[in-house]
Ligand binder design. Structure first.
Ligand SMILES: [Zn+2]
Length: 138
């Protein structure tokens, strides 16, 4: 088991502050544009669809589906070495955007198209993390 305190932490800035603060409470939030109504991820200062600055955050369902995934055998930070291989996936969210996130799962269980759900353990994972839906606790 890795020493969680040594995980690298994301840098907080004006664009991602609301997302990271929600994640500290185990909640996934996404930006929605008040101009065009579309959702985007990752957090940014301008809507990627219409360039509006009128972006606000709203709660996401915390569910999604794996689009594509990769196995990270050699993480770029030593605090993750003991956990390799790590599943890193593109996940389509029902809110209408995709995120890149870790999926806590045995690699042989992971398939494109499988449903996933958020793991509300912000003290363990510095960024929103998913697991295969219907597996593990909860
Ligand atoms: Zn927009």
């Amino acid at each position: 088991m890795a020493d969680d305190a040594r995980y690298p932490r994301p840098l907080v800035d004006a664009d991602n502050r609301a997302m990271l603060e929600a994640w500290r409470e185990g909640r996934l939030v996404l930006q929605r544009c008040a101009e065009c109504g579309r959702v985007a991820s990752y957090p940014r200062p301008l809507c990627p669809h219409c360039w509006s600055e009128r972006l606000g955050f709203e709660a996401a369902s915390g569910r999604g589906r794996i689009v594509a995934w990769s196995l990270v055998h050699r993480p770029n930070h030593e605090s993750f070495f003991a956990e390799a291989p790590i599943v890193l996936a593109e996940i389509a969210l029902p809110e209408g955007t995709n995120v890149i996130a870790r999926v806590v799962a045995e690699p042989e269980s992971v398939r494109s198209g499988r449903p996933v759900e958020i793991v509300s353990e912000p003290e363990r994972y510095p960024l929103p993390t998913f697991r295969l839906a219907g597996e593990g606790e909860g």
